[in-house]
Design a protein around this ligand. Sequence first.
Ligand SMILES: [Zn+2]
Length: 133
Amino acid sequence: MAKTKYISFECPYCHRLAKLEYIGLATEKTNETSAQRAWYRCARCKHSVLIAVADVESRKKSASTAIVRDNCTPYSKEKKFTIGQEIYHEEWDDVGRIVRKDKTSNGVQTIVVAFEKSGEKKLIENLALEEAE
Ligand SMILES: [Zn+2]
């Protein structure tokens, strides 16, 4: 199972809902496991932020349906994506989260995206551009 590497969280430095990259658990001595905290790096201001793990979990639940378009990667069939990544499909004007990855019988890599408006869709990824010889 792939771990979620990014979370959507309000950054205490730039005060905006930003994409935070998971760095690792904070190695501080504490007797309470519920007080465990983890380091994240803000994609906007690049600050390292210490966030309580319990806080992240509760935020994940409440924000699981809301995708912030500003944090989305524009979809392109030449790009390579990861599960859990949020993308924006310009043609459909829709945002979605990648739920799984697949490969067709002829070796084409695909991503399955749960779009907010369009529902679940399969898209091509990592398509090598064929060069005319
Ligand atoms: Zn920030």
